[in-house]
Design a protein around this ligand. Structure first.
Ligand SMILES: Nc1ncnc2c1ncn2[C@@H]1O[C@H](COP(=O)(O)OP(=O)(O)OP(=O)(O)O)[C@@H](O)[C@H]1O
Ligand SMILES: [Mg+2]
Length: 418
């Protein structure tokens, strides 16, 4: 049974919106989710609702509307954009299609054209659902301050997922200018993300898989560009498309990112299923993590999608966890200890998750992998991650009062939800 289509309209003319609603009533299996009279409200709603179809008024001149198409597709790459415009100038149609619109409808929109366009999309979507029925999950690691262990955790989490569950796992190095996952995996990949993204127009899942470099652990790596200048032409939209395509072939796509808020990183975060936010228990890291959580609020990310990891914690981590939760008003999902074995494993080119003997950190990666694996819902937690049912009170004075996030209630115990 194909999923029903959801639709959102962005149109400054209330009468035209009403007319479209009337016409669309005829199409069973389609629901008009929302409408907006201006592009900004429309963008926010699209980001939040990820509708199947957006009908966007192009306006005259069309340039601002054309720019909106690209933004909408970055926020919701799965959406199909219909544009409506007065008249049908060939250059406007061409520019709309190049910006990513799939259907061009002349205003006032007539019923036959509109319903035929919706029908085409319904057919394409049911076909796509068949192809990608068994979809993977994108897990992205992001640290808002550099050097806090984001790459180390990406590397070992990918290995632990592959090792523990024998499922296909891809690691993607989206730290486009400073990525070093290939070094840490001890691989020399012949192709990189630059090759994948530059060929996106003709790439399919098989071709994309052939660009990845296999590691003995079972992880396939899509490495960061080899040359610095190769990062420049990589567009945000291409990144979302590439991650969506990888999801069709891999049970897990584990993504490493740079500690920056550029559009390419945000494009990846938008299509991410589980966003692991890496912080350390120092004041500077917590300060930047708080600003990052505020941004995620404004981007309307589901709080369930964002999980906070605290790296390089003292042992036991209780006080560090408590302070971080008080400051950030957000539950800590996982804590990792500081471990001297990290350096030895990196020099040996052997990820700790492959079996670091006498390493307190190594076991954390397989436990975290089990926690995140969809099939494992009842994995026991390390003892320090006990249930916390109480809400955390807002700090009242001192340095902590600089942090102004709203109080929160922990919905479930730390790490209990996957
Ligand atoms: N738990 C840990 N115990 C010991 N060393 C660690 C731990 N976590 C990270 N490190 C070390 O800290 C350094 C920084 O880690 P890493 O490169 O993973 O951070 P990053 O957040 O990805 O940094 P960047 O912003 O440069 O990408 C590395 O040398 C790494 O081995
Ligand atoms: Mg890094």
């Amino acid at each position: 049974m194909p999923e029903p289509l959801s639709l959102l309209m962005i149109d400054s003319d209330a009468m035209h919106r009403q007319a479209l609603r009337e016409l669309l009533k005829e199409h069973e299996g389609l629901k008009v989710e929302a409408e907006a009279a201006d592009p900004e409200t429309g963008y926010r709603l699209v980001n939040q609702l990820k509708p199947s179809i957006v009908i966007l008024e192009l306006g005259n001149p069309p340039d601002p509307g054309l720019a909106v198409i690209e933004r909408l597709l970055v926020a919701s790459p799965q959406s199909t954009i219909f544009v409506t415009a007065d008249g049908q100038r060939a250059d406007t149609i061409l520019r709309a299609v190049r910006a990513g619109a799939q259907e061009f409808l002349v205003r006032p929109v007539n019923k036959k054209d509109l319903l035929a366009a919706v029908q085409r999309i319904a057919r394409q979507r049911s076909l796509a659902q068949l192809v990608t029925a068994e979809k993977g999950k994108v897990i992205t690691l992001f640290g808002c301050k550099g050097g806090r262990g984001t790459t180390l955790i990406t590397l070992n989490l990918a290995v632990a997922l592959a090792k523990s569950f024998g499922q296909p796992v891809a690691a993607v190095d989206l730290d486009l200018q400073a990525g070093d996952l290939s070094l840490l995996f001890n691989l020399k990949p012949p192709y990189t993300i630059h090759d994948a993204v530059m060929n996106m127009d003709r790439v399919d899942t098989l071709f994309l898989k052939s660009l990845l470099c296999d590691h003995p652990s079972g992880v396939s790596l899509l490495a960061a560009p080899q040359r610095l200048e190769e990062a420049d032409p990589i567009q945000p939209l291409r990144i979302s498309q590439m991650l969506s395509l990888l999801k069709a072939s891999f049970a897990y796509v584990v993504v490493d990112t740079a500690p920056t808020y550029d559009e390419r990183t945000l494009a990846a975060l938008d299509v991410t299923d589980t966003l692991l936010l890496v912080a350390a228990p120092d004041l500077s890291s917590l300060y930047h993590t708080q600003r990052c959580l505020d941004l995620f609020d404004r981007l309307a990310y589901d709080p369930e999608k964002v999980k906070l990891l605290l790296n390089r914690c003292p042992s036991p981590p209780g006080n560090a966890t408590k302070t971080a939760q008080e400051i950030l008003k957000c539950p800590v999902f996982w804590t990792f200890p500081e471990d001297e074995a990290v350096m030895t494993s990196l020099i040996a080119g052997k990820p700790l998750a492959l079996g670091g003997k006498n390493s307190p950190l190594a076991a954390h990666f397989s436990a975290l992998a089990a926690r995140l694996d969809r099939r494992e819902r009842s994995v026991p937690f390390p003892p320090h991650m006990e249930k916390r049912k109480d809400s955390v009170a807002a700090p009242s004075r001192g340095l902590l009062s600089l942090f102004r996030r709203k109080p929160f209630t922990i919905p479930q115990s730390q790490g209990e939800e996957g």
